[in-house]
Design a protein around this ligand. Sequence first.
Ligand code: KG4
Ligand code: ZN
Length: 351
Amino acid sequence: MKRNEQLPIPGVQLPHAAPITILAIESSCDDTAAAICRDGKILSNLVANQAVHEKYGGVVPELASRAHLQNIIPVVNEALLAANCELKSIDAFAFTQAPGLIGSLLVGAQVAKSFALVFDKPLIPVHHMQAHVLANLIPENKPSFPFLCHTVSGGHTQIVLCESPSLMKVIGQTLDDAAGEAFDKSAKLLGLPYPGGPLIDKYAKAGDAQKFKFPEPKIKGLDFSFSGLKTAILYFLQDEINKNENFVAENLHDICASIQARIVSILLNKLKKAAAETGITEICIAGGVSANSGLRESFQLLGEQLNWKTFIPPFEYCTDNAAMIAITGYYKYFNKENFAQLSTGVSARAE
Ligand code: KG4
Ligand code: ZN
């Protein structure tokens, strides 16, 4: 397939004669998001973050569901307004069905179902991890199939072989913590608030990544493990703080840069291996951790060295957002088998 050509789903007719407008809702964790997409172009993309979790050092599921309930209608309204669109002109309603926190997923699913029922329009359930990958199909400059996508988020770390928008195979994944958890748990050990990933990124910018050495786990194949790194950081900090109680404050930038460099090298070494094993040279990253400036820079550099065509979604499509749900809903729209009944459920699990 040529670059930028419209991407078909096997067995599905494209393009559709009339423009297709999709309203998408994402509420799998602690971000309440809505987006409007017309014929594969994102017209609006709104996210309401939930500050309520910060003081607990992680997402509290019950509080997340309650905050989604408060935020969801205002966010949908804003998305419609920003796209200059009315609910009655929406052709289909997409929502995140799995994986995620059940209470959070239910709020988005129920709103999407209500709209589908009232306006008698199709309901499209979307897999959150498939959507992270397909965020790479939003920009003009898209990868062509087959491509590899390294999806790195707070809940997942996967290398995905993508044959088409609907045909994806996970060829490597984490055996324990996800890359985002490795960032967030390291940040917590440093006394930084949740979610600490973006803060490690911020402090790392002015730090020396060579100053402290953290171990790289020896995991076979294309799988990952981050739990050993967390333990190594914990023991390292305990030792250093025993010698100097101001160690973290005095070395924060260097510690963050060193932790970030190790997480990035773990991720990219496996990606390099996956590219060599599959022979695929169109390579994307996706998910919240793909917003990390160290990863973005090193990924691009590696791509130049190895003659890859590299793709990184714009920041707003890296962390959880509804634009990625909308683009996935758009590709699924053309295969009516993807439409869901109003009795459809949600699932916490990825399978
Ligand atoms: O994809 P995402 O928004 O939600 C999940 O599906 O999990 O990813 C959230 C994760 C969090 O662990 C957060 O700390 C991490 O992405 N993250 C970052 C950065 N921005 C978000 N990690 C490192 N550097 C960043 N700039
Ligand atoms: Zn996500």
